[in-house]
Design a protein around this ligand. Structure first.
Ligand code: HEM
Length: 418
């Protein structure tokens, strides 16, 4: 008999108590039912893959498609697996919803424009944005780090990188707020936000294309328009869908990495002091390994985005029928004791740390260099500039945001100084 209650859905899995600390339930699943069939809160049936080795193999398995068309219950699942309503449909034809050969072609094109060099050159701007946000609340001695810091930083950063004019960036902030508040479904606020974003991006891409004729522009959208591979370019719609996924794949994830990361640090004063001391001594190495560890320990993406079996497959001894959805639980895999020593311990200097927080295989996170840059700048600058940063409420009173795929906080009230 298991020593903990069986995490049957929906009684235990995906409840609010579960959201606070899903790790014991995931440990039980890893040990007793590593590939577990469950009914999601939306009513959709899906398999959860929880062991590291199975998770890594599943993420790279070409028999699993990203295209929701392969779900055996597409009509039923519409709106429940992030399949867009018709109005936003074209924007949803993006990297995370397509398979090779289209995926290969689009990924090759975007990689020509979204290069590690472009991200490295962006570092001073990320530092400037970070400092400006902290300037706004530093003198007050208290802040909600989600709303005042973790939320605005990535949206302004990616808007700048893409080349969204400054005067329009607050609109994106509002649209992003709507998407995050209403979750991934296509109804209500999200449908409205997607519609506005689509119209805005179509117009922006058109204007960028016009101005490219007049001379060189160095933003990412212009780079996407210019990128060519064997004479092939992105169509206008492909460029819009690409800009959309860059805006939104990199938004809530980075909010959550900063939020969950700072929360984990503030709950572990010994590790936090160790990092603060290293930074004060000019040692940036611990910040780099530390951000990777925060991703492994309590990362922003709890479950990788949907995959669907295109033929019968066996994962971890379970037979999965064609058309069934498979969800890879990154949060469970990254705490697997078969792969990580003392997986439930936060160790900022952990070096054997091939976590799956950015996924694996052909859909491996395209924005990982930017995410690392933003998280290291954000966390490093907070610890350097706000002495004795600490939680302003009891750790248990910090509220989480619901949602299947993402794992993040609703708010993070902090205080600092004497
Ligand atoms: C894909 C995590 C930030 C752009 C992914 C995947 C994960 C992930 C797990 C794979 C999903 C799957 O296979 O189902 C993260 C985390 C981030 C982050 C934890 C921050 C901490 C960003 C940023 C950008 C970005 C800043 C861009 C500006 C993308 C794109 C894909 C992706 C475009 C799809 C790649 C493809 O399908 O080929 N990300 N991401 N991400 N990410 Fe990120």
């Amino acid at each position: 008999m298991p020593d903990q209650p069986r995490p049957d859905c929906p009684s235990t899995l995906f409840s609010w108590e579960f959201a606070d600390d899903p790790y014991p339930a995931y440990a039980w699943l890893r040990e007793h039912e590593p590939v577990h069939r469950t009914t999601l809160p939306s009513g959709v049936e899906a398999w959860l893959v929880t062991r590291y080795a199975d998770a890594r193999a599943t993420l790279a398995d070409p028999r699993l498609s990203k295209n929701p068309i392969h779900h055996s219950e597409v009509a039923h699942a519409k709106g429940k697996v992030g399949i867009p309503g018709e109005r936003g449909a074209d924007l949803m034809t993006h990297l995370l919803n397509i398979d090779p050969p289209d995926h290969t072609r689009l990924r090759r094109l975007v990689s020509k424009a979204f290069t590690p060099r472009r991200v490295a050159a962006f570092a001073p701007r990320v530092q400037e944005l970070t400092d400006r946000l902290i300037d706004d609340f530093q003198a007050r001695g208290e802040a909600d780090l989600i709303h005042e810091f973790a939320f605005p930083l990535p949206i302004y950063a990616i808007c700048d990188l893409l080349g969204v004019p400054r005067e329009d960036q607050d609109d994106f902030r509002d649209w992003a707020g709507m998407m995050i508040r209403h979750g991934g479904g296509p109804r209500g606020g999200v449908a409205r936000a997607v519609k506005r974003i689509r119209a805005y991006l179509a117009d922006l891409i058109h204007r960028k294309r016009e101005s490219l004729r007049e001379g060189e522009a160095d933003d990412l959208i212009s780079g996407l328009i210019r990128a060519s591979d064997h004479g092939e370019h992105l169509t206008e719609n492909e460029a819009a869908a690409m800009a959309f996924i860059l805006l939104f794949a990199g938004f809530e994830t980075t909010v959550n990495l900063i939020g969950n990361g700072v929360y984990a640090l503030l709950r572990d004063p010994a590790q936090c002091d160790r990092l603060r001391r290293a930074l004060n001594e000019g040692d940036e190495g611990l910040l780099a390994t530390g951000v990777e560890e925060l991703l492994r320990y309590d990362g922003p993406v709890e479950i990788a985005t949907w995959r669907f079996a295109t033929e019968p497959v066996v994962i971890g001894g379970e037979r999965i029928a064609a058309g069934e959805p498979v969800l890879v639980v990154l949060a469970a895999a990254d705490r697997d004791p078969e792969r990580f020593d003392a997986p439930d311990v936060l160790d900022l200097s952990r070096t054997d740390n091939q976590h799956l927080g950015y996924g694996h295989g052909i859909h491996y996170c395209l924005g990982a260099p930017l995410a690392r840059l933003e998280a290291q700048t954000a966390i490093g600058t907070l610890l350097r500039r706000l002495p004795d940063l600490r939680l302003a409420v009891e750790p248990e009173d910090v509220r989480r945001r619901g949602g299947l795929i993402m794992r993040g906080l609703r708010e993070l009230p902090v205080t600092w100084g004497p």
